[in-house]
Design a binder for this molecule. Structure first.
Ligand code: ATP
Length: 219
């Protein structure tokens, strides 16, 4: 890529399992933001959901199978290797240390996750390390609560070029071209009922789920 300053993205999630809503968004983010690399970072296990649990190692294996050889996307297991609660702010701090002060670092979240941002650990501190890019997600269009507007309003820019003029601190709302109304909840639900998930996940992910019998209801 013909850029002197690196551009690095981070897309965290439970990826339980990875699906094409994540992967197509990742590819389109890579393109829209001209990223050198997008780190896809599985979080520690979410609280029990009352559905069959899949281990962090299995979620990571599915993520790797989903990414395959897609250029610019990397499965990054750092949060799974860390003890205790895993905060995005710690992950961003680590990435900033690794990539240096000039690198453009972008944390990406979907609009549904953005609506919960004020409940995160120290949300305002993330801007010291990274930009925040929020991507539209079909089915989520609640208006922003005042606390969130307050957090981002003075940081908002309306295009990628302006965002990338600084290493961190900006906020951009993006609508990527392929809006996919697919969630991991929907996929887990289908698998639990013994239904197929073909084309909702990449073929190697479907194969791994079948081979290991993941997300199936145990009798
Ligand atoms: P679940 O249904 O289990 O809550 P999910 O499908 O929302 O899972 P996560 O792993 O929680 O997947 O999502 C990781 C990140 O990807 C979040 O920021 C989320 O908003 C975003 N994301 C998930 N699915 C999509 C999608 N279809 N389009 C755009 N963004 C998405």
């Amino acid at each position: 890529m013909n850029q002197t300053v690196q551009r690095i993205g981070m897309l965290g999630g439970t990826f339980d399992p990875i699906h094409i809503g994540h992967l197509r968004s990742a590819v389109e983010l890579h393109e829209a933001l001209s990223l050198d690399q997008l780190h896809m970072i599985p979080a520690q296990q979410p609280p029990l959901r009352g559905q069959p649990q899949v281990s962090p190692e299995q979620r990571l294996a599915l993520l790797k199978a989903g990414i395959g050889d897609t250029p610019g996307l990397v499965a990054d297991d750092r949060e799974l290797r860390r003890d205790g609660p895993s905060y995005s702010i710690d992950t961003l701090a680590e990435l900033r240390t690794e990539y240096g002060v000039q690198t453009r670092l972008v944390m990406v979240i979907g609009y549904d996750a953005f609506l919960r941002l004020t409940h995160w650990h120290q949300p305002e501190r993330l801007f010291a390390f990274a930009h925040l890019v929020v991507i539209a997600r079909p089915g989520y269009n609640d208006s922003l609560p005042a606390s969130l507007t307050e957090l981002v309003a003075h940081r908002e820019v309306d295009n990628v070029v302006t965002l990338m003029q600084q290493p961190s601190g900006g906020f951009l709302s993006l609508e990527l071209p392929s809006l996919l109304a697919i969630s991991a909840t929907y996929i887990r639900d289908r698998l639990e009922k013994g239904k197929n998930v073909r084309y909702l996940v990449p073929p190697p992910v479907e194969q791994t789920i079948t081979d290991l019998g993941l997300y199936q209801k145990r009798e």
